[in-house]
Design a protein around this ligand. Structure first.
Ligand SMILES: Nc1nc2c(c(=O)[nH]1)N(C=O)[C@@H](CNc1ccc(C(=O)N[C@@H](CCC(=O)O)C(=O)O)cc1)CN2
Ligand SMILES: Nc1ncnc2c1ncn2[C@@H]1O[C@H](COP(=O)(O)OP(=O)(O)OP(=O)(O)O)[C@@H](O)[C@H]1O
Length: 187
């Protein structure tokens, strides 16, 4: 069954990510920051839908801080009522541990409202547990991005999955509800 396959692949990819050394993580952060800040979609966007890295995820702190510095509107995920929404953040220090102890906004700031006409000025960064060479992506099994993007085709066209090279697997089993990022950048 596809669920079981996904679980195994996820476990192995995350084990490799968990095993990265501090210098490897630091290198990953520098490279991904450079790739995103230099990206055409970053330049063209006034709005960044990022994520606040937790656990062994590739560190997004510098991307978020640079985006704030650059005057972008920065939003990050908050899980409420089993659903993921994006709330505006102004500084990393205002975030509080929420769903699965991931730092989240309090929910008293603007919630990102999707407008198809504005999607070409919005960049969505997606975390993931495993990616394959065709750009398919797996998350942690919550289906949060899949459900969030299900009715937001234009946003999908500006989405980038980011992670470490060790998260690449031969093949990610794909279900009909899976939404793949438009681009994947592994460093
Ligand atoms: N930084 C970050 N924030 C994010 C996401 C993400 O992928 N990364 N999400 C995007 O979806 C949402 C949170 N999704 C999650 C869904 C499931 C689990 C979870 O079950 N974690 C397991 C450990 C994972 C594993 O090792 O298999 C656990 O805590 O037991 C965690 C987060 C919203 N915020
Ligand atoms: N559009 C959708 N509507 C309803 N359920 C969905 C939808 N998309 C995904 N799901 C459900 O969410 C669950 C998790 O899916 P999956 O294992 O693909 O998550 P994932 O890719 O790891 O998660 P994420 O998208 O958060 O990174 C599955 O049971 C799937 O059926």
């Amino acid at each position: 069954m596809i669920k079981e396959q996904k679980k195994q692949i996820r476990r192995k990819a995350l084990a490799r990510r968990n095993a990265l050394t501090e210098p490897e993580r630091e290198r990953g952060k520098l490279l991904i920051t450079e790739r995103i800040l230099g990206h055409q979609w970053y330049y063209l966007s006034d709005t960044i839908l990022g994520f606040v890295s937790y656990g062994s995820e590739i560190c997004t702190t510098e991307i978020l801080e640079s985006a704030l510095q650059d005057g972008k509107n920065v939003y990050v995920p908050k899980v409420e009522d089993g659903k993921m929404e994006f709330y505006r953040m102004f500084s990393l220090s205002e975030l509080k541990n929420g769903y699965k102890k991931i730092p989240e906004p309090a929910g008293d700031t603007d919630r990102y409202v999707f407008e198809p006409e504005h999607a070409d000025k919005t960049l969505l960064l997606m975390s993931g547990s495993a990616f394959d060479p065709l750009g398919n992506r797996m998350g942690y099994g919550g289906g949060f991005y899949d459900r969030y993007l299900a009715d937001k085709e234009n946003l999908r066209l500006r989405s980038i999955g980011i992670g470490f090279r060790c998260q690449q697997v031969e093949q990610v089993p794909v279900e009909v509800t899976d939404v793949k990022p438009y681009q994947v950048i592994l460093v």
